[in-house]
Design a protein around this ligand. Structure first.
Ligand code: ZN
Length: 501
């Protein structure tokens, strides 16, 4: 047989096969519904058995103000199991939205990320977090029969560090042809203040999370975690991810933690420890600014490089840990304010870790917001409290154009309203991203393990997907995942909180 004949025979077989399937399909309804019924019975039995699992006893979940609150408690495997079980629908949904974005921006398939998780990240993850991650898989599978395994979950946990830190480093190293223009993200506006700057002289900390709306509208979990070892934690977070990751959290030893990312950071250490593991560990075991810093530096891989804004309510001291890979710097004070909007300031970090960043361009999002923080915080020196912090997170002053606007230069970011986008992060014009939620707390609240949080734009504005996609068809690929992001009310959450009756 020559090639043409072989192809013709193959096509004939395909057609015959298709016809056979088609004719079988026409007789199938009775057996198909019997099969569906059997699958449903098995699923119901699995859910019943899983719901009676004793590991779920100390855990609970409820929804309020657009947030999902989960209380997790126990050893690492148990905390993971509760997390996977209680948030199973949100994990499946979040995984789908996040993984499609990771593949779209990097032009890499999912197997690439699984391999990075398995070979590079997993061996360096502390045993207790390996157990917690495996627990998430077990709880998720018990509830939904999910096919996701631990390497899917590890790659997903690293969604802030693999696509925008590891991949560009790898592309450069391997001289990848037609490599996409990947940039480290610019996430968030935040500050921490203390001493003569605040109303009561104690620490106030606030943060709004900037990310694409597709991920951001899913960033709506309040985690209350009582681990077997380490401090109790209250933090916001993403379903299926063990660190806060945006980040905002407090612990029962009085440590207060938030951050903004460093714009145009470049670098990755494949032998380092995943950032999401270090960040979670530092919140769980850091009882002081020094302990926090030590854990973040241990195995620093350069992933998701941030300016960490810290407070210790026991001493009233605040700090900024600018954590580059080649360089880092720690500033600390008991009387001052430290703000972040995605710019580095240490000369060595600027030179060695962010060689492309232009600190003098007043029109860029990071620098325009930096100027606004300076104005706003100075104007309010001595008056800063949580109520004022809530207002600041929703601020709409554009310092470059000197007017009120909703765009990429306002503390409450609305990049979908900007014809410029954000070049430094490779966010194209009208990119559907910006401030997706906000949180605040102070020293007195931290003592009682309380935070306030608002889902959606901190100003209270809504993002509506349908009119946006109609006006901007270039983002049509996000259509299956992009939803309305309607703002909820500022809502208080506390450790051990039970559902409102
Ligand atoms: Zn706004």
């Amino acid at each position: 047989m020559n090639d043409a004949m072989r192809r013709a025979a193959a096509i004939a077989l395909l057609i015959l096969g298709g016809a056979a399937l088609w004719s079988a399909g026409s007789e199938a309804p009775a057996s198909a519904s019997a099969n569906d019924a059997m699958v449903a019975t098995i699923a119901a039995a699995r859910e019943r058995a899983a719901a009676n699992d004793p590991r779920l006893k100390p855990a609970w979940r409820f929804e309020e103000g657009g947030w999902i609150y989960v209380h997790l408690e126990g050893d690492p495997g148990t905390v993971g199991y509760q997390h996977g079980y209680l948030l199973a629908p949100e994990i499946e949904d979040g995984f789908a939205a996040v993984s499609v974005g990771m593949m779209h921006s990097t032009k890499r398939d999912w197997e690439f990320f699984r391999k990075a998780a398995r070979e590079m990240l997993w061996p360096k993850i502390d045993a207790e977090y390996q157990q917690e991650l495996q627990g998430i898989v077990d709880g998720l599978r018990a509830r939904t029969g999910s096919k996701l395994d631990v390497y899917d979950i590890v790659a997903f946990n690293a969604f802030e560090e693999l696509p925008d830190y590891y991949v560009p480093w790898l592309n450069k190293r391997e001289k990848t042809a037609n490599a996409p223009n990947l940039k480290s993200p610019g996430n968030c506006s935040a500050f921490v203040a203390t001493g003569s700057w605040t109303k009561d002289g104690q620490i106030v900390m606030a943060h709004n999370n900037w990310t694409n709306y597709k991920n951001g509208e899913r960033w709506r979990i309040v985690f209350d975690i009582a681990p077997k070892n380490g401090y109790r934690m209250l933090m916001d977070g993403f379903p299926g991810v063990i660190a806060s990751d945006d980040d905002f959290g407090i612990n029962s030893d009085g440590l207060m933690v938030t951050e903004t990312t460093i714009t145009q950071f470049e670098g990755w250490d494949p032998n380092g420890k995943a950032e999401f593991v270090r960040a979670r560990k530092a919140l769980q075991y850091g009882g002081s600014i020094d302990e926090y810093t030590k854990i973040m530096l241990d195995g620093n891989n350069g992933g998701y490089a941030n300016d960490w804004l810290l407070g210790d309510r026991k001493t009233g001291e605040i700090a900024q840990l600018e954590l580059g890979l080649k360089a880092y710097k720690l500033w600390r004070t008991k009387d001052g304010v430290l703000a972040g909007s995605n710019w580095a300031r240490d000369t060595k970090v600027l030179k060695e870790d962010t060689p492309q960043f232009d600190a003098n361009n007043k029109e860029s999002s990071p620098n325009a917001r930096r100027a606004r923080w300076e104005e706003l915080l100075n104007e309010n020196k001595g008056k800063i409290d949580v109520a004022l912090a809530e207002k600041m997170l929703g601020d709409h002053t554009d310092t470059a154009e000197k007017k009120e606007d909703t765009n990429e230069r306002t503390l409450c970011g609305h990049v979908d309203g900007s014809p410029r986008g954000v070049r430094e992060w490779d966010w194209q014009p009208y990119y559907p991203g910006g401030a997706v939620q906000g949180k605040a707390t102070d020293a007195a609240m931290t003592k009682e393990m309380r935070i306030v949080a608002r889902m959606g734009h901190p100003c209270g504005g809504d993002f509506l997907a349908k009119p946006f996609l109609a006006a901007h068809p270039e983002y049509a690929w996000q259509e299956p995942y992009l939803r309305d992001m309607k703002a909820g009310p500022w809502t208080e959450f506390r450790s051990g909180q039970a559902k409102k009756e």
